[in-house]
Design a protein around this ligand. Structure first.
Ligand code: CAA
Length: 246
């Protein structure tokens, strides 16, 4: 059990909820951000019914000033953030020749620039306390690319570049930085892919099914364990065998 404070961005989403639940059950004091008040109220009630108590703070991860305020609020309420899971993410899928600048920047701001916005106000405290765990939730599509996802794949690949640089800069401060790259998980995001396209994707997965959100949460928890203290700069691909690159 750990009583440390963990911030999971995008904690009300499919994978995020599983991470929040798992960390809360492991004893962490968990915080997450939200943009939509109504959706978050329903989410709070749902997880509370399972005995999960998470602090929810308003904050858009694509907005640097909002992130500073969000981190300040979390630290005032439950203490300094020792564990950060950069999980918030969106898709705006379309082939590149049709992609608008807005579809590009929405995805890059929310998926990649958010890593700066959220990590920057937290990293100095971790360095001062000489302990921290940071995990980026990237994607299989940052590793292999995906038809219709030039924006998303670029942002997700960038997240691992962020991981391996931060891992080098902060190792001597007791901070490990790793990436988990989920494959196709049975979340709303994946269910929004047209059914016939999704069926073709599932047919390419050797393990023959979509992943479950908790299978990603388990991978995140691995990096937080004291026994994983020698893992830094890793990219753990959890994708049912869909992509087996090194
Ligand atoms: N490889 C080659 N050709 C492909 C293809 C592929 N992977 N996917 C589609 N095509 C072809 C189609 O067969 C079709 O060909 P014809 O014109 O000859 O019939 C053509 O491309 C259709 O292209 P359009 O650009 O006209 O199609 P569109 O703009 O309507 O939609 C799309 C394209 C948005 C990319 C749609 O196919 C789609 O949603 N694909 C799934 C993208 C995807 O996997 N997103 C992942 C979301 S979940 C997520 O991101 C989580 C995670 O981390 C895994």
């Amino acid at each position: 059990m750990s009583t440390r404070v963990a911030l999971v961005t995008g904690g009300t989403g499919g994978i995020g909820t599983a991470i929040v639940r798992r960390l809360a059950k492991m004893g962490y004091k968990v915080a997450t951000n939200y943009r939509n008040e109504e959706k978050t109220q329903a989410w709070r009630a749902k997880v509370a019914a399972d005995g999960v108590d998470a602090l929810t703070v308003r904050g858009d991860v694509s907005d640097p000033e909002a992130c500073k305020a969000m981190v300040r609020q979390i630290e005032e309420k439950i203490g300094p953030v020792d564990v950060l899971i950069n999980n918030a993410g969106i898709t705006r899928d379309t082939t590149f020749h049709k992609m608008t600048y807005e579809q590009w920047t929405d995805v890059v701001n929310t998926n990649l620039n958010a890593c700066f916005n959220v990590t920057r106000p937290i990293i100095e405290g971790m360095r001062a306390r000489k302990w921290g765990r940071i995990v980026q939730i990237s994607s299989i599509n940052g590793q292999k690319g995906q038809y219709g996802q030039a924006n998303y794949a670029a942002a997700k690949a960038g997240m691992h570049g962020f991981t391996i640089s931060l891992a080098q800069e902060n190792a001597r401060y007791g901070i490990t930085v790793n990436t988990v790259s989920p494959g196709y998980i049975g979340t709303d995001m994946v269910m929004a892919v047209p059914e016939e396209v999704r069926a073709k994707i599932v047919a390419q997965i050797p393990l023959g099914r979509l992943g479950k959100p908790d299978e990603i949460a388990y991978a995140v928890a691995f990096f937080l364990d004291d026994a994983a203290a020698w893992c830094t700069g890793c990219n753990l691909a959890v994708n049912g065998g869909h992509y087996m690159g090194w």
